[in-house]
Design a protein around this ligand. Structure first.
Ligand code: HEC
Length: 460
């Protein structure tokens, strides 16, 4: 059944965003042990036993090839989506002129997953959390569920979990239990939790925080710690100060200094507040917050994702086309994409070489500069030079080392666009390059071969 949504293991990771701890990794001990063996047998001879890579990995040899980089979080591997990591291991880089062999004939899918788990286990928690945040892959179909299964609507409990079970395509959803929030019920599936509201129509996927007690009720539940009793003294404040109290606790706990005014959601008594691209859903008294996503199970819509895309779209529109490096579509324009790029990034270069294929498919490409290593890095300087050039598209080709030529000095006014684009990238959730944004605000992370990229861009 294609219409079901898939909750991949990765998606489940993203539920745990605010509890950076080993138990929130997507893999279990067994996978890790298998991965360790696969790694030692297939990868260690190049990437070294602890995935630390070769010391000179940043230095290309005389043929322009790079030595095996670290996979332990100190290089770029953590910038790559799960898909891209898998593709790299399956295909290697030999066909595109690199030195890494492909493993599609040697390793099974599970072995590849396990070997990824192995080198990810070397990543520090903060990096892993960043990666996980970028790899939320729960997909919700837009078509409503087909038919109510006979016999499953008889009890209230069933009604509450019915849509969720159906969307999940699984009966492994526990019976709902009460939470300290009126009208919200917790249910468990696998190791994960969802919070159901309004008779099962809406689900919060993510962590439920008690902001007042500074407790993560979801991770407490996971460790079977009972929720603190609802505080009978917590009074609902009315009038102007309501939203301040709601957001003050949120700021305090989430460490964001700009939290938007809370606005109503379709769930009674729950308000949405935004900090950057982080969404929180808070109770009227400001005591509890869900961090994660709000799903309309009836419509099959990820309401958080929709709202997030609108934010991204609005942000992206603030950056004028004439401030980018533009590669127009050939023939009728079918789509426009924005790509954040760096001159020193290997996969950016690969994508850049395939730009003519995208143009031929009716796609216009607008490049924005994003120095991966941050401002004041060598990449930043090169990008400034490119943005100072008369013909940026040509300068970008030179900057990426794909054409001979000179770049102007980077100290012109347009060079400041690099700073501006870098700030924009950080606001819209770029963690690594290349980062591709469709017109609808959706981000495609990392390099995707053009044969697969074109349909991704042209579809919704
Ligand atoms: C013969 C040496 C060799 C072997 C064996 C090898 N690799 Fe690589 N790997 C490389 C090189 C070299 C690169 C750098 C870029 C390039 O040439 O494509 C690389 C790049 C990578 C990357 C991308 C890293 C980044 O920062 O973008 C990943 C992921 C990776 N290898 C994983 C593996 C895994 C997992 C295995 C074992 C199943 C493996 N490699 C085996 C040489 C090797």
């Amino acid at each position: 059944m294609k219409n079901r949504f898939r909750v991949s293991q990765l998606a489940l990771v993203s539920f745990l965003l605010y509890v950076p701890q080993a138990e929130s990794r997507w893999y279990d001990q067994e996978t890790l042990e298998q991965g360790s063996i696969v790694f030692q047998q297939n990868c260690a001879r190049c990437h070294m036993a602890d995935a630390e890579g070769t010391p000179d990995w940043k230095q290309a040899d005389t043929n322009g090839n790079y030595p095996p980089p670290p996979l332990n979080g100190t290089a770029h591997a953590w910038h790559h989506s799960m898909d891209l990591l898998k593709t790299t291991i399956l295909e290697g880089s030999v066909n595109s002129g690199g030195l890494m062999p492909g493993f599609k004939d040697e390793l099974s899918d599970t072995e590849i997953d396990s070997v990824i788990a192995y080198f990810q286990s070397k990543w520090p928690d903060d990096l892993y959390q960043k990666w996980a945040a970028q790899n939320q892959e729960v997909e919700f179909p837009s078509t409503p569920p087909t038919r109510v299964k006979a016999g499953s609507t008889s009890q209230d409990n069933n009604k509450l979990t019915h849509l969720f079970r159906m969307r999940l395509g699984s009966d492994k959803v526990s019976d709902p239990v009460k939470t300290p929030i009126d009208g919200i019920y917790q249910t468990q599936f696998g190791k994960n939790y969802a919070y159901l509201a309004s008779n099962g129509r809406y689900a919060f996927l993510g962590d439920l925080l008690d902001l007042e007690q500074d407790q993560n009720l979801t991770s407490n539940a996971r460790r079977e710690i009972a929720a603190p009793a609802p505080n009978s003294l917590a009074t609902e404040i009315s009038g102007n100060s309501t939203s301040r109290k709601m957001t003050d606790l949120l700021k305090l706990r989430l460490g964001g200094n700009t939290v938007s005014e809370p606005v109503k959601t379709p769930v009674d008594g729950i308000y949405q507040a935004i900090s950057g691209l982080k969404f929180a859903y808070i109770t009227r008294d400001g005591r509890y917050a869900f961090v994660g996503r709000l799903i309309d199970l009836q419509q099959g819509l990820d309401l958080t994702d929709i709202a997030k895309r609108e934010l991204v779209k609005a942000e992206m529109n603030l950056f004028a086309s004439e401030d980018k490096a533009v590669f127009p579509a050939i023939g009728a324009e079918k789509a426009v994409i924005n790509i954040f790029t760096d001159t020193s990034c290997y996969t950016c270069k690969k994508l850049f070489e395939e730009i003519p294929n995208l143009q031929a498919a009716g796609i216009s490409i607008q490049y924005l500069p994003f120095p991966d290593e941050g401002l004041n890095s060598p990449g930043y300087e090169t990008l400034r030079q490119v943005w100072c050039a008369e013909d940026r598209a040509k300068a970008l080709t030179i900057g990426k080392g794909l054409e001979e030529g000179n770049l102007p000095a980077g100290n012109c006014i347009d060079g400041d666009l690099v700073d501006k684009a870098y700030a924009l990238g950080n606001r819209v959730g770029v963690v690594g390059t290349p980062a591709i944004f469709k017109q609808n605000g959706k981000q495609i992370k990392g390099y995707v071969p053009y044969q697969q990229l074109i349909p991704k861009i042209l579809s919704n």
